[in-house]
Design a protein around this ligand. Structure first.
Ligand SMILES: Nc1ncnc2c1ncn2[C@@H]1O[C@H](COP(=O)(O)OP(=O)(O)OP(=O)(O)O)[C@@H](O)[C@H]1O
Ligand SMILES: [Mg+2]
Length: 239
């Protein structure tokens, strides 16, 4: 795999603080790392270190009370921390996709997969419903479903955890992001499905040139799949 010299994302001395009426605390003190186009980087470290918060900050989705109080998050030479909400929506839709921790609950259990996937690409100007459905077929096939038709007509509650995770990945792929941040994408899965999802991420990295930030506690998995590993200690100190 060849890696471009210019990073696609630069996290530079990022500090993230949390404020409410009673508390004011620094959650992440000084995080810095870079992502280069086309690589898969694992971000790991102690529970509570701030990995998920940083992932949210990278797509401008910090919860109320959290702010980037120092440093910058630079995507293609622009500071994300200065984006307005509209620009952030485009960033999330077209550029950086975040598969959130516990996102298996992100699918509505009682609406068909087809309805939810069509919703995801409704803004795409790809013509007819037939053409849109054909994109869904392609993506579901890419994530390893041999009978996409069957999956499209299923309700998420009828699918296993591993299948739902792959549906979520297919949904994200229809958006053709440049970067995928996958926050603990395999923790809810058994070993077989874990390997399936990680192998799939590796294929997507290679086939689409996707840059992947894999947040994970599972050392055995990420050592096997990631190109390199970054550690975050308590308080978001990188080492
Ligand atoms: N809603 C919140 N209000 C106040 N503090 C919070 C809130 N959510 C998270 N935190 C604090 O932010 C810190 C970082 O949380 P974060 O979820 O980013 O950790 P993490 O590294 O992703 O952990 P894990 O590996 O368990 O997923 C935690 O120590 C937690 O105390
Ligand atoms: Mg987390």
């Amino acid at each position: 795999m060849s890696i471009d010299l210019a990073p696609i994302v630069r996290i530079e001395h990022v500090e993230i603080s949390y404020n409410d009426a009673k508390h004011q605390k620094v959650i992440i003190q000084d995080a810095s790392f870079q992502l280069f186009p086309g690589e898969m980087v694992a971000l790991t470290g102690q529970s509570g270190a701030g990995k998920s918060i940083l992932a949210h900050a990278m797509v401008g989705l910090l919860d109320k009370g959290f702010t980037v109080t120092n440093g910058q998050i630079v995507y293609m030479n622009e500071n994300i921390a200065q984006f307005d909400e509209k620009r952030l929506q485009f960033l999330r839709r077209d550029e950086i996709a975040l598969l959130i921790q516990h996102s298996l609950n992100g699918l509505d259990p009682i609406r068909t997969v087809k309805k939810q996937m069509l919703e995801t690409i409704k803004h795409k100007k790809v013509g007819t419903k037939k053409e849109k459905e054909s994109i869904l077929y392609t993506m579901l096939t890419k994530v390893g479903f041999h009978h996409p038709e069957h999956v499209l007509n299923s309700y998420p509650f009828e699918l296993s955890g591993g299948m739902r995770q792959r549906v979520l990945l297919a949904m994200i792929l229809t958006l053709q992001p440049k970067i995928l941040i996958a926050d603990e994408p395999t923790t809810a899965l058994d070993v077989i499905n874990r390997d399936k999802v990680l192998t799939l991420l590796k294929v997507l990295q290679e086939e689409f040139g996707l840059t992947i930030l894999l947040i994970s506690h599972d050392e055995i998995s990420f050592k096997k799949y990631a190109d390199r590993v970054i550690y975050m200690a308590q308080g978001g100190i990188m080492n």
